[in-house]
Design a binder for this molecule. Structure first.
Ligand code: ATP
Ligand code: MG
Length: 351
């Protein structure tokens, strides 16, 4: 019996509704594969911020440090600015635990009505590897002459050789294990310092991974191709900002943001990695018991994979594929009438 201790951070809104289904799936599939999970739950959230002035306690990272992984629901609350939840919880965890890879698989499941038309839709199956700790999301910068006609805002992007190299190596390695094709997102025609640096490092790392064929695309053209011809992609690697935008675009193209998962990985395993659905707290449907749990469930499958249980992970993604392809039980975001609990029960039955 393998044991794992998981930190649960349900967060706000539907985050608290989609984590219990993920936990049920973990316990069910764990029982079959000889994996026992124990959990510690944390109430870190925007609600906590409103009550106590901080998303998490000052020793928050220390409380998580010894856990095997973190499963997060979603954070966000009407009236609390997004940067509070981002800089008060997500970014400290990502940076503090060196989760420098954000991995987002994209798959158009049979039985999901994607905005993509035609037979090729179901051939879409690729991953976006986003640099997760540096680049454009930087605190360096500021504003001058506030409120005057001469006002200036400056925001610096910071790319380091070590930081770019390690995420590129992760992406090349992943491409070598998958279809052997890597696409790098760039914008070196307009962004004339950081992006040429990124491109040079891609070319350099390519020589270390000769089994992978690679190309690069400007971010604008790449965004268009995500919509017009996504079946050709295998692994797409991008900086923090470009990867953020591309992966939300890809999740929307795949049919529903309620299905898309994400992993914030510490590839060296020196600290816990964090798994979270791509969607937010969805205040418009929170509390009604109709949230789609699949994004959280798929995130839990990515966690299983990371913890060394690929067969258990595949059981979960197979069950997701089956519930979508073989039944018409689904939540309203996918055109159904099922509640979160009914959808979860069907999924557990197929699992
Ligand atoms: P946040 O500020 O927390 O990021 P948001 O409103 O920006 O929230 P989402 O919470 O992702 O973004 O919601 C976007 C839309 O998608 C909303 O209409 C929401 O109801 C819907 N949605 C998001 N996740 C789900 C889900 N799991 N199931 C059903 N609908 C969802
Ligand atoms: Mg949002």
């Amino acid at each position: 019996m393998t044991r794992h201790h998981i930190a649960l951070v349900p967060g706000d809104g539907i985050g608290t509704e989609v984590l219990p289904p993920a936990q049920q799936v973990l316990d069910t599939v764990g029982a079959r594969h000889g994996i026992a999970f124990s959990y510690t739950s944390y109430d870190w959230s925007c609600e906590r911020y409103l009550r106590e002035g901080a998303m998490m306690p000052p020793d928050g990272l220390d409380q998580l440090r010894e856990k095997d992984a973190i499963l997060l629901g979603a954070v966000g609350y009407p009236g609390v600015p997004d940067h509070v939840s981002l800089w008060g919880l997500l970014i400290p965890i990502r940076r503090g635990f060196r989760q420098y890879v954000n991995l987002r698989p994209i798959r158009v499941f049979e039985g999901v009505d994607s905005p993509l038309r035609g037979a090729a839709a179901h051939e879409v199956e690729f991953v976006v590897v986003r640099e997760n700790v540096e680049g454009e999301y930087s605190e360096i910068g500021g504003r001058l002459n506030r409120g005057t006609p001469e006002e200036i805002a400056v925001q610096e992007a910071v790319f380091t050789r070590a930081g770019v190299t390690r995420v590129l190596d992760f992406a090349f390695d992943l491409a070598a294990r998958r279809g052997g094709v890597l696409t790098s997102a760039t914008k070196s025609n307009g962004i004339v310092h950081t992006m040429p640096f990124w491109d040079e490092l891609v070319a350099e790392r390519a020589t270390v991974h000769p089994q992978v064929s690679w190309d690069q695309e400007h971010i604008d053209a790449l965004a268009a191709k995500f919509v017009l011809g996504p079946a050709r992609f295998d692994v797409v690697v991008a900086s923090n900002l470009f990867g953020d935008i591309l992966s939300d675009l890809a999740a929307a193209v795949a049919g529903s943001i309620g299905i898309a998962p994400a992993a914030n990985l510490n590839p060296e395993r020196t600290h816990p990695s964090m798994f979270e659905p791509v969607h937010g707290s969805a205040p418009d449907i929170a509390g009604r018991g109709i949230a789609n749990p699949l994004g959280a469930v798929w995130s839990a499958a990515m966690m299983l994979d990371h913890l060394g249980h690929p067969a258990a992970a595949k059981d979960v993604t197979d069950a997701i594929a089956a519930v979508l392809a073989k039944t018409d039980v689904r939540t309203p975001d996918l055109g159904g009438i099922a509640t979160t609990a009914e959808f979860t029960d069907k999924l557990l039955e197929l699992l």
